[in-house]
Design a protein around this ligand. Structure first.
Ligand SMILES: Nc1ncnc2c1ncn2[C@@H]1O[C@H](COP(=O)(O)OP(=O)(O)OP(=O)(O)O)[C@@H](O)[C@H]1O
Ligand SMILES: [Mg+2]
Length: 263
């Protein structure tokens, strides 16, 4: 469960000026729910995820993860509850370490059975996990991650993020830097892991089709505010064209087009 209550995030512009990015934003996501977050560039989507993960401080408001008030916890303490994958396939793994060592790092914040496993048992468990990715990486556990492709690295990062069975999974355009085939593959893995671990997930994407497919709820942001929150029947009957229309309306583009048509 994620509960964001009236959070305020602003960045200093110098000279005493502040850029207000999120102004009293609230969002509640129930346990096990997947929410797609869409919206224009600069809308504040990454900032919202950063606030939940503790990467950026909030000036006001509160953040709860599984009913725990984590507002005052620093990022490294919140990391116990948060799994994250970002856009850059190089960001989530250490390239100069082996696949196995990267997994061992991720497992250290995970369930006890991983932490207490003997090296031999740990390797066997990880072989099984990595085999689920369907990329043959179980044969390459001793290779440095820098030798993997972007798609392979992103799939590994996703596995590392869910290995700790986090309370929440935060994915920020995690398929955007991948070619269509790899994006499809990592998107499929995302759905599989979310279902398997019954995760609560926020997934930021600019891909409207994926946003509709991967989640039961869609939150649209614009200029730091939630301008649409679709779930249930409303979400089910929404399509890509409908989302684009909502977008245009938010940006005043529909009006501009109408005016163009009339002139
Ligand atoms: N660390 C920071 N310092 C100053 N300004 C920031 C910082 N992080 C974000 N911003 C500003 O906050 C606003 C929202 O940025 P954010 O990255 O959250 O947008 P976004 O919705 O993720 O956009 P995109 O779709 O382009 O990724 C932008 O105007 C951005 O310049
Ligand atoms: Mg962003």
């Amino acid at each position: 469960m994620i509960r964001v209550e009236d959070i305020v995030v602003s960045f200093s512009l110098g000279g005493g000026q502040e850029h207000m990015v999120l102004n009293k934003l609230s969002l509640e996501v129930e346990r096990g729910q997947t929410v797609s977050i869409i919206g224009s560039n600069g809308a504040g989507k990454s900032t919202l995820l950063n606030a939940v993960a503790g990467t950026v401080p909030v000036r006001a408001g509160k953040i709860f993860l599984d009913s725990r008030d984590v507002t005052a916890l620093p990022e490294w303490q919140r990391a116990l509850y948060v799994g994250r994958v970002r856009q850059d396939p190089l960001a989530g793994t250490a390239g100069d370490m082996t696949v196995l060592d990267n997994l061992a790092l991720a497992a250290r914040k995970g369930p006890r059975r991983f932490r207490l496993a003997t090296p031999h048992r740990f390797v066997r468990e990880m072989e099984g996990k990595v085999a689920q990715l369907g990329m043959g990486l179980e044969q390459r556990l001793k290779e440095n991650v820098s030798r993997l492709s972007g798609g392979q690295r992103q799939a590994l990062t996703l596995l590392m993020a869910v290995l700790s069975q986090p309370s929440v999974l935060l994915l920020d355009e995690h398929t955007a830097a991948l070619d269509p085939a790899n994006a499809e593959m990592v998107g499929g893995l995302t759905r599989k892991f979310i279902a398997e671990f019954e995760l609560t997930a926020l997934i930021v994407t600019h891909d409207m089709k994926r946003a509709l497919e991967q989640a039961t709820r869609i939150v649209m942001m614009h200029e730091g505010e939630i301008i649409a929150d679709l779930s249930g029947a409303e979400k089910e009957k929404m399509d890509v064209a409908g989302l684009v229309r909502l977008f245009k309306r938010a940006r005043g583009a529909e009006y501009a087009e109408d005016r163009d048509l009339l002139s």
